[in-house]
Design a protein around this ligand. Structure first.
Ligand code: HEC
Ligand code: HEC
Ligand code: HEC
Ligand code: HEC
Ligand code: HEC
Length: 498
């Protein structure tokens, strides 16, 4: 067997082309198998090596396969002899002797072709599978995708593959995404892409197809209890707690409608926005299964008849636009680190100073890292030399946390600064969140508007308290609820003792 292969190789290595072809096919085939083995054993996980394994080696292999016949063709022209004569010269007589099922040479060629075809199919299947891995999407064009990769890895969807949200199912979607991918590769190679990358409003799979694989609207019912803590900019960074009961119902239950009403079965909300930012609405309309239809127009906008390109049926990502690529707002980011104990509140003015350090303008990441450290260390050295001396560890910890916030949210090379990608949940600036539609400017013919009543979406249970809200705080002596509270406490003690 090996002998026959060797004879064949010697036979086709007729000139420079033939020899190069043989070297290319054989070496890329062996390298592919070797790297694939290492990958299967889990030794290799790097996206670049994946690119080499699944793109470069199969490409070299195919190039080698093309070179061999070219070499033979040139050789024949040079010798001015027929193929039959040349075959007789280059191969053993036993190889070319005609047999019932073709000569041994023909069998060898057929056999090798079969191996080639199987190899190419196998390699391309592995390549497609590999290209669906988040580590490929996130790191193959490292600088371009780094912001999305960074935010993805710490998101609630870190175990969901990028393609599950970004690429549809079926052959069309596959071809579409690969064509789009090639276009993007060119843009990346020629440095011609937008910074920051615009949100793929028109390319995204319908969210109702993707998100509803795992979350379905009928499942949303009742309230979601939400406790927010904000730290003041004073010396003690005093906490203030706000507690909300978010009404997240779809409205399919007796309890009444809530936030997921927009995506409840058969309710359709459509809107036209001024641009893909989806922050300024031209009109909004709601259609319900019982035939109710309402259309609200923006009075403040002298809009031309809506630009059809920007009409959307509202779905999950019109609110959850930051379900995965979550960029923090500077204040919320600092509050979150203090809450988790990564920044210690015993450092005087720590909230104010960390906030100042991270929102400074820095020309590049290195400048940001040293700038943040210098700002915080300098502040405590100048104003609190005692603290600076005794609590040096805490200061270093705060510096590390502040640098981490900056690394996660600011990406200079993609021009991603604070608020480059604002979220739509809630009603903070700059996007306006729910108030993009829930505001008095959007009115129907009778002058009704999409409600902005504070209790439409949530009950505000506590606002700005210095203590976290407690469900069963002990009522005062003269509180009429006292007997009930006492009764519940006895019940609880009774059951917990059993
Ligand atoms: C759970 C679904 C989900 C997953 C998983 C996901 N994305 Fe996204 N991605 C989105 C949504 C939704 C948007 C659009 C946000 C909007 O509508 O404003 C988006 C936007 C983007 C954008 C445009 C920039 C932006 O932030 O708007 C890029 C680039 C991107 N995703 C890349 C990736 C990569 C790379 C991965 C995997 C590492 C990934 N995505 C995983 C849902 C997802
Ligand atoms: C493959 C399954 C899957 C898909 C697809 C998916 N999610 Fe999720 N999602 C999850 C899981 C699992 C969690 C819970 C993670 C946790 O609790 O840590 C989650 C959590 C969430 C949360 C709650 C986050 C929080 O902080 O509590 C939201 C909101 C959400 N997903 C929205 C979406 C949207 C919008 C889409 C479509 C763009 C989507 N999901 C697609 C599995 C999925
Ligand atoms: C009108 C805006 C809006 C739309 C549309 C919307 N959501 Fe939500 N969703 C919210 C808000 C607001 C919350 C509560 C946010 C919070 O917890 O901070 C929420 C909460 C969630 C949660 C967490 C629920 C829990 O029990 O903690 C998931 C999961 C979720 N949404 C998925 C979806 C999916 C999937 C869709 C599309 C079918 C969708 N949402 C459509 C606004 C929306
Ligand atoms: C694209 C426009 C749009 C956005 C954005 C939007 N809504 Fe709505 N919402 C509507 C419309 C339209 C109605 C129905 C108003 C009507 O005719 O009664 C509605 C109704 C509601 C209702 C009442 C449902 C009922 O019938 O009882 C709640 C609650 C609600 N929205 C919450 C939210 C929250 C929370 C957000 C932000 C996370 C949000 N909405 C964002 C358009 C929007
Ligand atoms: C259309 C729905 C809607 C309306 C109307 C609305 N809110 Fe909210 N609000 C939300 C949502 C959704 C959140 C939760 C955001 C989050 O998950 O962080 C929120 C959060 C809040 C918070 C906590 C945010 C924080 O940063 O501490 C406060 C306070 C609040 N709302 C007050 C109000 C007041 C006051 C009004 C009336 C003027 C009002 N809201 C009207 C949807 C609404």
């Amino acid at each position: 067997m090996l002998q026959r292969y060797r004879n064949f190789i010697r036979g086709v290595s007729v000139n420079w082309f033939g020899r190069l072809g043989v070297v290319l096919t054989t070496s890329s085939f062996i390298s592919f198998l070797f790297l694939e083995l290492l990958r299967l054993m889990g030794v290799l996980t790097n996206a670049y090596i994946g690119l080499i394994t699944y793109l470069l080696f199969p490409a070299l292999f195919a190039a080698g396969l093309v070179l061999i016949p070219i070499g033979w063709w040139k050789y024949r022209r040079q010798r001015q002899q027929t193929t039959r004569e040349l075959l007789a010269q280059r191969f053993d007589e036993t190889e070319v002797r005609p047999a019932a099922w073709g000569s041994r040479l023909v069998v060898t060629i057929l056999g090798l072709s079969l191996v080639n075809i199987l190899f190419m199919i196998g390699a391309s299947m592995r390549m497609l599978e590999f290209m669906d891995q988040p580590v490929f999407c996130g790191t193959a064009c490292h600088t371009v995708m780094n912001p999305e990769w960074t935010t993805y890895q710490v998101s609630p969807h870190a175990r969901v593959r990028c393609v599950d949200c970004h690429v549809g199912e079926g052959v069309d979607a596959l071809i579409d995404s690969k064509l789009n991918g090639m276009r993007q590769m060119f843009l990346a190679a020629f440095n011609a892409y937008n910074r920051p990358i615009p949100t793929p409003v028109h390319q995204l799979r319908p969210a109702r197809e993707t998100c509803e694989k795992c979350h379905w609207p009928e499942k949303f019912y009742g309230h979601r209890f939400l406790v927010n803590v904000r730290y003041a900019l004073d010396e003690a960074s005093t906490p203030h707690y706000t507690t909300l009961l978010l009404k997240i119902d779809t409205g399919q239950t007796a309890a009444g409608a809530g936030i997921h009403w927009h995506v409840g079965a058969h309710n359709v909300v459509r809107y036209a926005s001024v641009n893909d930012q989806r922050e300024q609405m031209i009109w909004v309309e709601a259609r319900q299964p019982d035939g109710t239809f309402r259309r609200y127009e923006n009075r403040r906008l002298d809009a031309s008849p809506a630009d059809a390109a920007n009409v959307r049926v509202m779905d999950c990502v019109d609110c959850h636009n930051r379900a995965t690529h979550i960029y923090e707002r500077p204040e919320a980011a600092v509050d979150e680190r203090i809450r988790r104990g990564l920044i210690d509140r015993s450092l005087p003015f720590v909230k104010r100073e960390v906030l100042a350090a991270i929102t400074n303008d820095y020309p590049d990441p290195d400048a940001a890292m040293t700038g943040i450290a210098r700002h915080l260390e300098g502040f405590y050295q100048r104003n609190y030399p005692q603290t600076s001396f005794r609590q040096l560890d805490l200061i270093h910890q705060a510096v590390a946390a502040a640098q981490d916030i900056h690394r996660r949210n600011i990406h200079h090379h993609m021009r991603i600064d604070w608020n480059a990608y604002p979220g739509f949940i809630g009603h903070q600036r700059p996007s306006g969140g729910c108030f993009r539609c829930h505001n008095p400017d959007l009115q129907d013919a009778e002058g009704r508007f999409v409600s902005d009543d504070c209790v439409l979406c949530h009950s505000i249970v506590a606002f700005g308290d210095e203590q976290p809200f407690q469900y069963l705080a002990e009522p005062a002596e003269d509180d009429p609820r006292r007997p009930m509270h006492e009764y519940l406490r006895q019940e609880f003690l009774h059951f917990s003792r059993r």
